[in-house]
Design a protein around this ligand. Sequence first.
Ligand SMILES: [Zn+2]
Length: 587
Amino acid sequence: MTQMAHDGSPLMMLASEPMVLVSFWKPLIPLVILGVWGWIVSTVLDKHAARFFLNRERWGAIHLTMGFVAFAGAFLMPMAGLVSFIAGVGFMVSVLVANVIIYVTMTGKDERVPAQHRLGWNVFKSMQEKKAAKAEEKKQGTVKLTIKGPNEKGQPTVLVPAPLAESPEFAVRTASEDLYLKAMVSRASQVDVLPSGKDQSYQASMLVDGVRVAGDTMPAQNAFKIIDFWKACAKLDVADRRKRLVGDIVIEQSGNKKKVRLTSVGVPGGMRLTMLFDPDTSVLRKPAELGFLEPQMAEMQELVNQTVTKNDDDKPIRGVVLLAGQPDGGRTTMMLSVLQMHDAYTQSVQSLEMEIQGTLEGVRHQAFDATAEGADFGTTVRSILRRDPDVLGVAEMPDATTAQMVAKNDHDRTRVYLCVKADSAMEAIEKYVQAVGDPALASKGLRGVVVGKLVRKLCTNCRVGYPPAPDMLKKMGVGDAKVQQLFKKGGQVLIKNKPEVCPTCGGGGYLGQEGVLEVFILDDEAREAVAQNNMAAVKAAIKKRGLPSLQVAAVQKAIKGITSVEEMQRVFAAKSAAPAQAAPAKA
Ligand SMILES: [Zn+2]
């Protein structure tokens, strides 16, 4: 076959060429070279042109033309001998190299391309750098959470990078993530890390449906590292271990995003870190979802409607309503729910809180600034009342001044909801009267009392029904009612006839909380009894209204299967210190 190629005629030479090339390795070389050139053009040159908005089509045409010339040149040259073959390949290589050099020199002068992005040997340098960066990435430890801290504007957008694997920082990160992950598994709303009080150790604890659950114990030095890690995420001053610092971050875990409010403060024996999950939404609840029974909701609506003028001759009756509960027993939620019952668009609705948790549309929330000079809670209440809001929610009654300011206020102008730490209506009234120091003054504007406690709701997926013993029903005050079934917590369900941990509640048997409430309006008779400081008469007046008491409301929720008798007993056993019995001194 090769002999035929030695035929002298140029025509024959052309015709015989394919036959020559069948020598198997020869065509591979130009093809490989063409392939390398094609790779450079498509992965480097074309991308570079697209990136800096150079004339990509024109460059494409130039590459194509030169590529064709090189290809044609190589294959049309006489390839019979080794010399002509090398010449052909040499021609091809020079055309292709020229193509690349033309691109590099031309674009190197183009002003659209920033100096550091002009091509040259740095193309290979930048590729090396990319490789190095990839290797670095591999060295970084695998983290489970995406943590974002605040930018200059306070928006949580700045990613907290994963530390290198096998570094001490990585161990801290893993331990800190563990704290969060365990809280998520337990459906906790809050996690605290604080000194345990023994052996210099620290203890983590969680709040699950309002109940404290103990977490891991750890040496102080580890706890400090974890606390400092979370503080650094929120850009809080890690060196400050005394002052109260608050910052927000966002944590994402497989698509599940949570806002986390971090609070650190110095406590006896060290410091305390609190992580509050989704602080805005967890505290907000619509009035209808708070847990009022039907007659209670009607009474509540009437109490709210008193503040609205019905016609020109009517005067609104605003005055004071006490909201009684425990600070972490959903009292803030109760106050924000009641504020929602007022129309914040036609009325000025405001609040004064120790710390703003959730915000309502149209409501002006104010946080008490304890660091402001000369400020105490009572005088802050007074200065807000001077601006005549229609409705004001006061989240605390930390001093007598607060109660006095509220009692002395113009009761036609402002409806004040005053939160009082108390377990019953009577206790709330007694505490308020005592703080005001004058029963007659305290009684003047007093319009109503709402008492609230939170009970855990039974998980409906695994709760267990049982026929109640007659004794128990008697104790609950429903001895005569026909109650066929009550429920207690389960925690397990049968999956394919095998008992397994309930997937809905994670085995705890409870899921979420609901309010148990008591509400009533004070009529003239009840107010007169308060003015006389005759608490027995107050009690009788309340009873006359015939609304469900706190206990009755709780029993009704147990009968409906919303909560258990055991949970009721737990909540009602946790009474605060007995109310002070001493009568307030007459002013
Ligand atoms: Zn369950």
